[in-house]
Design a protein around this ligand. Sequence first.
Ligand SMILES: NC(=O)c1ccc[n+]([C@@H]2O[C@H](COP(=O)([O-])OP(=O)(O)OC[C@H]3O[C@@H](n4cnc5c(N)ncnc54)[C@H](O)[C@@H]3O)[C@@H](O)[C@H]2O)c1
Length: 385
Amino acid sequence: MKLHRIGVIMNGVTGRMGTNQHLVRSILAIQRQGGVRIKKNEAIMPEPVLVGRKEDKLRKLAKAHGLQNISTNLAGVLADPKNKIYFDSQSTKLHVDSMLMAIDAGKAVYCEKPTAESLEKAVQLYQAAERAGVKNGVVQDKLFLPGLQKFAKIKQQGILGKILSVHGEFGYWVFSGHNAEQTPQRPSWNYRSEDGGGIIVDMHSHWRYVIDNLFGRVKSVLTHAETHLKERIDENGKVYTCTADDAAYAIFETEDNVLCQFNSSWVTRVRRDDLFTMLVNGTEASAVIGLRKCRLQKLSSTPRFVWNPDVDIPVDPNNNWEEVPASETYDNAFKNQWELFLRHVVLDEPFPWNLREGAKGVQLAEKSRQSHRQRRWLDLEELPE
Ligand SMILES: NC(=O)c1ccc[n+]([C@@H]2O[C@H](COP(=O)([O-])OP(=O)(O)OC[C@H]3O[C@@H](n4cnc5c(N)ncnc54)[C@H](O)[C@@H]3O)[C@@H](O)[C@H]2O)c1
């Protein structure tokens, strides 16, 4: 077997996403399967270099997975020509500076979303990558989820007819930490705007590529945001003031005139099919998309509901939905995209999810915050090349 060994610098790898999704579920899973097979006797083998600020944490993570290569010196690992890819999953605020260092060093760069805190910086980042001629990408994992892939397929077959509207519901209750038995399940920086937190910047950067890809380019936005919980407890048991939005209520309109109404909240309890669902209403059918499943109700099986509050609902609204079958076996969404990025770097295959696409997510988040402050609809301009 001929192996293309590619050093992958993973900065921020001790974090939640870095460890679970990118190191364990993607890079190590690719190693375990013998690399990304590109020909019968040829494969790409990623070799992670774990980078962060704290040596003890890196050492512990490396030991847990039988890895050797760790460093607290980013400039040092960037200078090593064996390392061809730089990947950034640090907290959002830190992406741009480190990514620019990697671009300067001529590495192919791949970044968690949102790529930057402001549109200005996100544009600066993709323009720097373009100028330097380095391959670049942004994580857009939701597109690779089984539920969304199944939907994309039935949509392409025209089963829904004309798509009219989408109702997206994202969220769950993130514990505040006030009760010692219910520890917060997300890092505290998410709830401080000065540290790059906030649900708009986090989730609207996802909604941009989800909507652009499935329902047409987002052309305008109306958002209202709230910080429902004013106080939480951090990783060290200290009370802190929440300065970032923890819920956002938004309407996005696409160029195809699809109205997409999305609620995103870390302060809601779940009574729906999944932590993220989209109800898509089309003239011929509606679909409910979850992370892994997609259900369909055709016009012919749509119940004829008649408003009558005096009796219990006569038909269970959860009936009359058929599950869209899997047409392939679905792998981890992050791993799927990693494999495509590795192929892009080694084989020059197309990779449309570049930093300019990443900047569009930042643009939607920025416009959403502006819309909230100004309490009005705002249009999104085309981004510069
Ligand atoms: N694609 C997705 O679905 C998804 C989901 C959650 C988070 N994210 C994104 O992933 C990134 C990381 O989020 P996370 O939830 O893993 O956060 P996290 O806090 O768990 O991890 C952040 C990492 O950055 C490092 N870091 C923090 N402050 C630093 C500093 N001052 N200097 C150097 N390193 C520092 C931490 O040590 C850690 O390794 C964010 O950009 C976030 O928006 C993406």
